[in-house]
Design a binder for this molecule. Structure first.
Ligand SMILES: Cc1cc2nc3c(=O)[nH]c(=O)nc-3n(C[C@H](O)[C@H](O)[C@H](O)COP(=O)(O)O)c2cc1C
Ligand SMILES: [Fe+2]
Ligand SMILES: [Fe+2]
Length: 398
């Protein structure tokens, strides 16, 4: 049975949800699943803008067949050649002999790397600002390198005033019936997962995100059609403002993230005591994470959200507690900056976790790392309380 969605009089979403996937890109937990949108424009020419993942390929064919009916597919616009959108492409080429693929130079290089397809005479290679008339609709292509991959582009339909923005404004999680972002409660239902998606998938490339939105700032855009999650048709500034903040690594609000790595629980106790002191001191947002228990993507997202970060780690074979190392490398690899950071180390014979955390954080630009690192041996004593009080004060003032 088909399950497509109509967006405008001639635009359809022929994508679907995959609620079985547990790790998106085999890296990021998606406990509720993932959605893949694919847009079919039924103009004088028919145009598919991006495809879907293999997990939902049968539903895609049902949807595509139902909308296309007896018509042939004339164009496939590939805004992003990552495999989570490309499963049907080889079959589409075989099934529709008149199909022409629209992409940029990098798109075609990677298309041939991933799939054994014969493209001779079947491509239109576009450059920045090139256009394609499909009947009523006029499509313009804007290169958006590194939002999320180097070949990414966005397609602007000046007739419907829609931006097909590839992975941008995507989110983890499925589409629960409601296809538009304005049908979800922004702060509670939408923001946490779109932030975690942004931080995990695009977070490293803030400069590129700003560049593309500067480039298209003057376009009249009424809708953002993203490849993952709800479509934006109202109050587009809500998500655009968030993207601008994240892209410039500006904290969204004041708050402290405390992440600890512990074997026996002593480092955890210190983190809990610090959290209590911060809350007593008036910090509204204090989020504490055990790095073993919580996937780093959730902590990463909170580090994009808040302005102060505390990392507390036991020493482990003269190195960092492994999950803490994973988290810090994740932060470094996402270019996080503009944050105040405090460190707490713990060890029983030669504590080196403070130094090890610094070695990673020192490779990051624009962090204000507070001195001194709070160091204690094995378990915190009453004598350590003073140092914790001092650290809480410094964090409250920061
Ligand atoms: C596998 C392993 C390796 C460790 N390596 C070190 C080490 O190299 N240096 C050190 O001072 N303590 C080391 N420790 C001890 C812990 O860092 C120390 O007991 C710490 O106080 C534990 O804090 P926790 O209660 O938060 O787990 C190691 C512990 C384990 C289990
Ligand atoms: Fe992607
Ligand atoms: Fe994607």
């Amino acid at each position: 049975m088909h399950n497509f969605r109509q967006i405008t009089d001639d635009l359809y979403n022929v994508g679907a949800n995959d609620r079985r996937i547990r790790m998106f890109e085999n890296a990021h937990p998606v406990p509720r699943g993932m959605s893949y949108n694919s847009f079919l424009l039924m103009d004088e020419k028919t145009v598919l803008l991006d495809g879907v993942d293999n997990a939902i390929i049968e539903q895609f064919w049902q949807n595509l067949n139902a909308v296309l009916g007896e018509r042939q597919l004339d164009y496939l616009v590939i805004n992003h050649i990552e495999p989570d959108h490309c499963h049907p492409y080889a079959d589409l080429l075989r099934r529709f002999p008149g199909l022409t693929i629209v992409g940029n130079q990098k798109t075609f290089t990677m298309l041939k790397q991933f799939y054994e397809v014969e493209l001779e005479g079947r491509t239109i290679e576009v450059k920045e600002g090139d256009t394609l008339q499909t009947g009523k609709h006029n499509l313009t292509f804007y290169l958006a390198p590194m939002v999320h991959w180097p070949e990414v582009m966005m397609t602007y339909d000046s007739t419907s005033k829609i931006l097909f923005c590839a992975d941008a404004f995507g989110t983890f999680g499925p589409i629960d019936g409601k296809m538009y972002a304005d049908e979800y409660k922004f702060d509670e239902e939408y923001l946490p997962e779109v932030r975690r998606y942004y931080a995990s998938i695009i977070g490293k490339y803030g400069r590129n995100v700003n560049a593309i939105f500067d480039k298209i700032a003057n376009l009249d855009i009424q809708m953002f059609c993203t490849l993952h999650g709800p479509i934006w048709r109202k109050d587009l500034h809500l998500i655009l403002d968030k993207y601008r903040q994240w892209a410039s690594y500006t904290p969204e609000e004041r708050g402290v993230v405390i992440a600890y790595g512990t074997v026996y629980g002593n480092t955890a106790l210190v983190a809990e005591v610090l959290a209590k002191k911060l809350a007593d001191g008036g910090v509204e947002n204090v989020h504490v994470y055990d790095v073993t228990a919580t996937d780093p993507s959730y902590v990463l997202a909170d580090c994009f959200r808040f302005d102060r970060l505390v990392f507390a780690s036991a020493t482990f074979n003269a190195e960092l507690f492994p999950f803490m190392e994973t988290l810090l490398l994740d932060l470094k690899n996402h270019n996080l900056t503009n944050r105040t950071v405090a460190l707490i180390e713990n060890g029983s014979w030669a504590a080196s976790s403070g130094r090890k955390m610094r070695e990673i954080l020192d490779q990051m630009k624009g962090l204000n790392i507070l001195e001194p690192t709070l160091s204690f041996k094995s378990s915190p004593k009453d004598a350590d309380i003073e140092a914790l009080d001092q650290l809480a004060k410094t964090l409250l003032a920061a």
